[in-house]
Design a protein around this ligand. Structure first.
Ligand code: HDE
Length: 717
């Protein structure tokens, strides 16, 4: 038997086998290999002579290059392009009558979160401003384990059954023969698939609306899409639809602007999220729920399990139960935003699933995808994915296992380990699935209650203002004009005619095609090969009352706030310092920011003999990166009128319906623009001009910005 050396205390001996890193070791400052060996020269590889060949024995070089060679992991098959941040969720209105979820019980109770927003189709390096659905995922690090909300900024989905997801994604991704186009649905394979899938029509309406080109991640809603269940202490179930409502309102850019932003700053949304948090403008959303009693499951003329349907907020109001604030940028994009692994199946007691056939498929997919993306079943051990509540189980080993499990017991039941870890009773917080009664035949079939594909598409279209309908028409014209196969365009016009006859006609006009009299019978109705395949999609509903919550311009989240908005202040040497300073100050009070843009970087001189730092030039900035424009007076202001870059800047802002303000000599610049007559006639609510020093100018400018965009400028379609 091993004896302790009496001159050496036991804990000293234990220290000799302690493998933890000594962070206070003075050697910590040195560059080392991954094996901890200090490196003397990191600039030269080992060679046979100064001008000779490199030597294979150079373990320092080989380790460095090998690591580099493997620094990329497979990107997410969907939602590859994204950005995230840390924050917290706080309960404002507990609903214990509906859910026993421990993190939702007390007013003021806070839970750390990490949120990730994404586009779907583009690859990791693609533009933020693609026309696309946005992912909206939130990992809640609750004391009862991880809860992942994995939703989108659109409340419905293209397909009803998980089995069609690979087809949908293959169709929308770049075409396989030439890998074109990147991050765009405007191509043949996508619309070929869609034109054969009438169930996608509701989602298509949303995807062609301005929801698909948000102004900012901070200004979009989030939706759980599927109906979930809340379970209370009495084990009663309620159906629930989950919503996030942005504090800054729901806003978008316009399509021409989106395309230009993609060139001027493809990281526009990523940058916006980062800068907002960096400057203390913490993004915030309210969490709301639509709760529906089990007994009302069949009350509606759509099926709650059908993910192509929403529950209008007028039918079931949204109850706000908490808020999320994002207040810390990640320290390391790869370690956190890239390695975070969401899964709609990560739920805690109090939250459960329904039989939505799309959700059911997702419950398999997300763990599976992490195995190939993160390379190991131990992805839960990566710091960003770790539960803050302790984990104990008998899962062992596998690639890159971090935890050093001790003891010899890795099975249950056991007596050698004293029975540990124990199963938790429900009263002790153990998860028990909702005791739903299921009594059915095993079938591959779709419920008849899923067969109305058009009523809610029509409801969505009818709920839009004329301006928003115009944007949908133009988006469809754009997308379908990029489709080379005429038969696909025609098939789409047929489907659109079932949503709204005028919509179809107007899209057809833009394509130079007639609307087919008899829409082609779509090939896919969610039936198998042995069905006759010709059954009609059913329209079960009477047209419903339009809903403001479905649009953006009249969306109930909209307020007049201009918080965190950016104004380009176009200056030249000799700028009127007082006017410039005054507007900047007023913007600051509103939480907005004025940025000085000039023909060159450095400084511009002021009329008072001072100098103002320039933050962007006409070469590196563009009005699409700003929310409004202001041109102060100054003796050389009119010189801007001779600068084509400055004029393009201003004309674009007008075209994109942004507010434009000018004072004194700044007005002379407007005289050279495409909208000079509007300025002269004072005929536009978004042109705020002041020739003679009106004290109200600043407030008028801010009020106009509070309208967000001046839609009257857009020609009617
Ligand atoms: Fe996803 N989805 N999805 N999805 N999804 C993924 O998981 C999948 C669906 C959503 O920021 C993948 O970790 C299937 C609906 C978001 O990391 C993958 C089906 C909704 C994110 C996957 C769907 C979503 C994903 C790729 C149909 C809205 C990004 C990487 C059955 C409710 C999460 C990953 C993040 C990511 C599969 C449909 C939202 C492959 C099979 C509907 C926000 O597992």
């Amino acid at each position: 038997m091993k004896k302790h050396n009496t001159s050496q205390p036991v804990n000293q001996e234990a220290k000799q086998t302690d493998l933890s890193v000594n962070k206070s070791d003075p050697n910590n400052k040195f560059l080392t290999t991954n094996q901890g060996v200090k490196i003397n020269d990191d600039n030269n590889s080992l060679k046979s002579g100064e001008r000779g060949p490199s030597l294979l024995e150079d373990f320092i070089l080989r380790e460095k290059i090998t690591h580099f060679d493997h620094e990329r992991i497979p990107e997410r098959i969907v939602h590859a392009r994204g950005s995230g941040a840390h924050g917290f969720f706080e309960v404002t209105n507990p609903i214990p009558q509906f859910t026993k979820a421990a993190f939702l019980q007390q007013v003021g109770q806070k839970t750390p979160v990490f949120a990730r927003f994404s586009t779907v189709a583009g690859s990791r390096g693609s533009t933020d401003l693609a026309r696309d659905v946005r992912g909206f995922s939130v990992k809640f690090y609750t004391e009862a384990g991880i809860y992942d909300f994995v939703g989108n900024n659109i409340p419905v989905f293209f397909i009803q059954d998980a089995s069609k997801f690979p087809d949908l994604i293959h169709a929308v991704k770049p075409e396989p023969h030439n890998e074109i186009p990147q991050a765009a649905s405007a191509h043949d394979t996508f619309w070929d698939f869609i034109s054969l899938m009438p169930e996608s029509m509701h989602m298509v309406m949303w995807a062609m609306s301005d929801r698909a080109i948000p102004r900012s991640y901070r200004m979009m809603e989030g939706f759980g899409v599927h109906t979930f269940r809340f379970i209370n202490e009495q084990d009663e179930s309620h159906f629930v639809k989950i919503h996030w409502k942005p504090k800054l309102g729901t806003h978008a850019v316009v399509w021409d602007e989106a395309q230009k932003i993609s060139g001027k700053n493809p990281d526009f949304h990523r940058q916006d999220l980062w800068d907002a948090i960096d400057t203390g403008n913490f993004p915030e959303w309210e969490l709301g729920v639509q709760v529906i009693p089990e007994a009302d499951e069949s009350k509606y003329d759509f099926d709650l399990l059908d993910p192509t349907k929403l529950v209008p907020e007028e039918l079931v109001p949204v109850t706000i139960i908490g808020r999320m604030v994002l207040n810390r940028n990640p320290d390391n994009f790869f370690a956190e935003t890239e390695q975070i692994a969401f899964h709609p199946g990560h739920v805690v007691p109090g939250i459960d699933f329904t039989n939505d056939p799309l959700l059911q498929g997702r419950l398999f997919s997300y763990t599976d995808t992490q195995l190939s993306r993160l390379g190991s079943p131990n992805f839960h051990e990566i710091p960003i994915n770790r539960s803050i509540s302790p984990t104990h189980n008998n899962q062992r080993d596998g690639h890159m296992r971090q935890e050093i499990n001790t003891g010899r017991v890795s099975y249950h039941p056991n007596s050698l380990g004293g029975g540990c870890p124990y199963q938790a009773r429900i009263a002790e917080g153990g998860f028990a699935s909702f005791n739903e009664r299921i009594d059915a035949h095993k079938v591959r079939a779709r419920s008849e209650s899923f067969s109305d594909h058009f009523s809610q598409a029509t409801l969505f279209y009818n709920s839009q203002t004329e301006v928003e309908q115009g944007h949908i028409i133009k988006a469809l014209r754009f997308e379908l004009s990029k489709v080379a196969t005429t038969a696909i365009r025609v098939r789409m016009l047929g489907l659109l005619s079932q949503v709204d006859a005028t919509l179809a006609e107007k899209v057809a006009e833009g394509l130079g095609l007639p609307v087919p009299k008899q829409p082609e019978t779509p090939m896919n109705h969610g039936v198998g090969a042995d069905a006759d395949g010709t059954q009609e999609s059913k329209i079960l509903l009477q047209p419903q009352q339009p809903s403001d919550a479905l649009g953006m311009i009249k969306n109930p989240t909209i307020t007049k706030t201009i918080e965190s908005r950016k104004v380009a202040i176009l200056c030249n040497d000799g700028v009127n310092e007082a006017q410039l300073a005054n507007l900047k100050k007023l913007l600051l009070v509103q939480g907005a920011k004025g940025c000085v843009i000039a023909p060159h970087m450095g400084f511009v001189s002021t009329d008072a003999g001072g100098a103002v730092a320039v933050e962007g030039s006409f070469l590196n900035a563009s009005s699409v990166l700003f929310d409004a424009i202001y041109i102060p007076g100054g003796e050389a202001a009119s010189v801007l009128a001779e600068d084509p870059d400055a004029l393009e800047f201003i004309n674009d802002a007008y075209k994109h319906c942004k507010v434009i303000g000018a004072q004194a000599e700044g007005l002379d610049v407007l005289a050279a623009t495409t909208f000079a007559s509007k300025t002269a006639n004072n005929d536009d609510a978004g042109l705020i001009v002041d020739r003679d020093g009106d004290n109200n100018f600043g407030q008028a400018f801010i009020d106009a910005m509070g309208q967000h965009r001046i839609w009257d400028r857009e020609p009617k379609i």
